[in-house]
Ligand binder design. Structure first.
Ligand code: SF4
Length: 633
């Protein structure tokens, strides 16, 4: 191996207060080269089916990618995975920032955490020195204070802290993790798993380097320099630098697919007050970045007006602007920034929090819950104060927050009546702010994705619909076709599978979604070149795609073992109904075409359409026949 791995995994047993280091082989690492693949391997091979997600028996796996910490833009990501308390399925969330690269510099590829500590604990890692430290005095405190105290205790301001807030402590089923106060593993409730283990934080300091002197590092360092210059020349990376993700609000509203009022509408009448121009004028305090990334897509915000919003926790991304904006019927950008700050203080996933509140708003307006259920809160769309108060209640599990902390699927089952129709979720995970009625591959991903509704399983159709676009051309070598964004067909299923493998590969090697083509500015061939340089392996593009596919198959096998089947690969009924307003009014997802394309997709993936389990033949091709033995296929 060259630079990509030191091959060390840290095992921590919180019940026994012990830890040990395992070394794995290059052969093992070639099959599971980090991130999502390592996480899938450990969860599938070591976790008994139907393990209670909030019990000490659940495993929490934190895994770096092969390229995490390499000195070029977007090589920043790490995966946190466990059985999800929100869905009961394979749970996973990636984050950037600085924590993953620091763990790499400390010499570890992954941490596998089992058990439950007798009292609040944090793990301290400084190269080979690992300690389990008392966190009793940190429990219940906000992330900024926790980070300050941990750094003070270790006398080092460069200690990187990954932690949970009170949302995780109170086992909110969609609690997140934060690192450096600005970067979040948001989805699937990994913060609740950490809280169930009495684990407050993991503090890391490493003195190593990604690159040592024993190999030729020029391909990697050259790419770093090239990308730093290219940011301004490529329209995708430049748009991300200038506007960040909030730039999408105006684009999607104009297109008529801005999810509004719980996916009933595609145009929000207050979008002008939420879009980038307003954000830049009213909120923006600075631009921030992740380790070595020249794109700098992260926004800083500060408000000192109707609301006080600290600039410590980072500004709202697109998902959050829209989630607490049009999705909840709110056109007050300062209130949206406050909602974002509250979620970040409490470490709540902003997508699931805003979506669960929008669900409750619709239940309230439809009379399924009333003032007696909300302790007098008038929980209607557009009620800013009701929205902010409800975030507080969720984090503390008080009042209506006790119900909503369970997520929209469980809350709907408890409320009963027609409530499940208003829960916009798949497998229990709330939908992000992308409407598949305008870009159907996003819907295929919501339905078939291993951890429920997520927008990062694949490339959105609009980027690869036009053969002359820079985005399509960037991805052409993957073997895709240019297809209309709303087309459902066998060809679309094939495109989806290729692009899902590519995106999954990114999660294995630790690349941000906003790095590689077609989404952004790193060419496919450049990714192949740095993987070769980092490993010394003479890999092909097909092998990279197989790495991504293998990781997805591990997660699918995990779900099959936990009782998931074809009935779980579906979409909320509302998406088969027409959009109510705007240029896309009347648009639906045609039910039969969608089912036909799903059938095609199972076949393309080598999965049995009846059971959705991977076939032995496909698992053998991927070099993981042990999974076929485990599943009995
Ligand atoms: S593109 Fe944005 S999120 Fe991705 S690594 Fe760079 S700064 Fe971080």
């Amino acid at each position: 191996m060259a630079y990509g791995t030191r091959g060390k995994i840290l095992r921590v047993d919180l019940t026994q207060s012990t830890f040990r280091v395992e070394q794995f082989s290059e052969e093992f690492y070639r099959l599971y080269p980090g991130g999502k693949a390592l996480a899938g391997y450990f969860l599938l091979s070591e976790l008994a089916p139907n393990t209670d997600a909030l019990s000490p028996d659940n495993l929490l796996v934190i895994a770096n990618g092969l390229l995490t910490g390499a000195p070029f833009s977007t090589a920043t990501r790490f995966t946190v995975a466990a059985r999800s308390p929100l869905t009961g399925a394979y749970g996973e969330s990636e984050a950037g920032g600085f924590w993953g690269p620091e763990l790499k510099m400390a010499g570890y590829e992954a941490i596998v955490i089992s058990g439950r500590a007798a009292q609040p604990t944090y793990i301290s890692i400084h190269d080979d020195k690992v300690e389990l430290c008392d966190a009793t005095e940190l429990w219940g405190h906000e992330p900024e204070e926790v980070q300050t105290r941990i750094r003070a205790k270790h006398g080092d301001d460069r200690v990187r802290v990954l932690q949970i807030g009170i949302g995780g402590e109170n086992l909110v089923r969609y609690a997140a993790l934060s690192n450096e106060l600005r970067h979040y593993n948001g989805r699937t409730g990994m913060g609740a798993v950490m809280g169930s283990k009495n684990l407050k934080a993991i503090a890391v300091r490493g003195s190593g380097r990604y690159i040592d002197d024993s190999h030729d590092a020029r391909p990697i360092t050259d790419l770093g320099r090239t990308l730093a210059k290219r940011v301004k020349d490529h329209p995708q990376s430049w748009d991300l630098q200038v506007k960040g993700t909030p730039g999408l609000v105006g684009t999607l509203n104009t297109a008529g697919i801005l999810p509004t009022r719980n996916f009933r509408q595609g145009v929000f009448e207050g979008a002008d007050k939420l879009k980038w121009e307003a954000y830049e004028k009213d909120l923006l305090s600075g631009r921030h970045t992740c380790y070595a990334c020249a794109i700098r897509c992260k926004r800083g915000v500060k408000v000192n007006d109707r609301y006080q919003v600290s600039d410590v926790y980072g500004g709202p991304e697109y998902e959050t602007v829209e989630g607490f904006g049009g999705y909840c019927g709110v056109d007050d950008l300062q209130a949206v920034a406050k909602a974002n700050e509250l979620c970040n203080r409490y470490t709540l996933d902003t997508i699931s929090t805003s979506s669960t509140i929008a669900f409750a708003m619709e239940c309230f307006e439809q009379g399924l819950i009333g003032l007696k259920d909300t302790d007098g809160i008038d929980l209607r769309f557009g009620n800013v104060e009701a929205m902010l108060t409800t975030i507080d209640l969720i984090a503390r599990r008080e009042g209506i927050g006790q119900l909503l902390a369970e997520g929209s699927k469980r809350a709907a089952e408890i409320i009963g009546g027609g409530a499940p129709l208003f829960a916009m979720q798949v497998k229990g995970e709330e939908l992000p702010m992308h409407d598949p009625r305008g870009k159907v591959s996003v819907g295929l991903g919501y339905a078939i994705g291993e951890h429920g509704a997520d927008h990062l399983y694949t490339v959105h159709d609009t980027l690869v619909a036009n053969a002359d676009s820079i985005t399509f051309k960037g991805a052409a070598s993957l073997g895709i076709e240019a297809l209309p964004a709303r087309e459902l067909s066998n060809a679309k299923a094939r495109n989806y599978a290729i692009l899902e493998n590519w995106c999954s590969f990114g999660k294995v090697v630790g690349l941000c979604y906003f790095g590689p083509a077609p989404r952004s500015f790193i060419q496919i061939e450049e990714v192949l070149m740095v993987v070769r340089a980092a490993t010394g392996w003479d890999m092909t593009l097909e092998e990279l795609l197989r790495i991504g596919e293998r990781a997805t198959n591990l997660a699918r096998a995990f779900n099959i073992r936990n009782g998931f089947s074809r009935k779980d690969d579906t979409l909320p009924e509302r998406l088969f109904q027409p959009l109510e307003n705007g240029p896309m009014a009347g648009a639906t997802i045609p039910r039969q075409e969608f089912q036909n394309t799903m059938d095609d997709l199972y076949r393309v993936k080598g999965w049995n359409p009846a059971t959705t389990a991977p076939t032995r033949a496909r698992l053998s091709e991927l070099g993981i026949e042990w999974v076929a033995d485990m599943l009995g296929v």
